[in-house]
Design a protein around this ligand. Structure first.
Ligand code: FES
Length: 239
């Protein structure tokens, strides 16, 4: 009976695939057929890449799925988050391994002059040559180059607003010809703004207010009462 059920499910799955138009993509140099409209990350799974659970959000928030891609008629290599981008016919893509950018070590609460300390922690920051490659690489369409300069000139508040959507995918770092890791510079400036200066980023202030007003409590209660199976089902729905 179990085998019959499995066969039936296989047939349903196959019909589901047939209902979709298939497109041709190239993944890390190999050609595959995948259903049109699925995301790049689902195309990776569809073609047999390991599906490791618990390391990515699949919601465009964690930055774990940084990917380089190129479309059929455009030689330009672009960047995307694989969980947020649909495959297209003729697309080529490869996921990006973690880039070994240097992350400064600091105790934020112990810094006496965070705006000046930026130059000790990230001395390469003022060496930006304005090539704008970081901005072009950002899948979140942040003006990264402008953000680096704002940090250098001490406008940490502006940086914290500008980088609110940064997911730390790190795609801005390998393209920098001055060896700046703009995401880390921005993270430092945003943390310093939060820890040392009265004015917090507007969207952060709004979110804190929502939390204090209990907007998410019912949702948390619901999640905390779920057993393992219910949690798995809820996660599967998100995908
Ligand atoms: S998996 Fe988290 S941003 Fe794509």
């Amino acid at each position: 009976m179990a085998a019959q059920d499995a066969d039936k499910q296989n047939l349903i799955d196959q019909e589901e695939v047939i209902r979709h138009r298939m497109v041709t993509v190239e993944i890390a140099g190999k050609t595959y057929q995948v259903p049109e409209g699925i995301t790049v990350i689902k195309a990776l799974w569809y073609t047999g890449q390991d599906q490791i659970r618990g390391i990515g959000c699949l919601g465009g928030f964690c930055g774990a799925c940084a990917t380089y891609y190129r479309t059929k008629d455009d030689p330009k290599v672009k960047t995307c988050l694989a969980c947020q981008t649909a495959v297209q016919d003729g697309m080529s893509f490869s996921m990006v391994p973690p880039f070994p950018a240097r992350k400064a070590i600091y105790q934020m609460a112990e810094l006496k002059d965070p705006k000046q300390d930026l130059f000790n922690l990230y001395p390469e920051a003022p060496l930006c040559r304005n090539c704008n490659a970081c901005t072009e690489a950002c899948p979140q369409t942040i003006d990264v180059r402008e953000g680096v300069w704002r940090a250098v000139f001490g406008d940490f508040k502006a940086v914290s607003e500008m980088f609110m959507d940064c997911v730390m995918c790190g795609l801005c770092a390998p393209v920098c010809i001055a060896d700046i890791a703009p995401n880390l510079v921005a993270l430092y400036a945003s943390r310093a703004q939060g820890a040392h200066f009265a004015e917090k980023p507007l969207r952060l202030t709004q979110r804190i207010k929502e939390i204090e007003e209990g907007r998410y409590e019912a949702e948390w209660d619901r999640i905390l009462k779920m057993n393992e199976q219910q949690l798995k089902e809820a996660c599967a729905e998100l995908k």
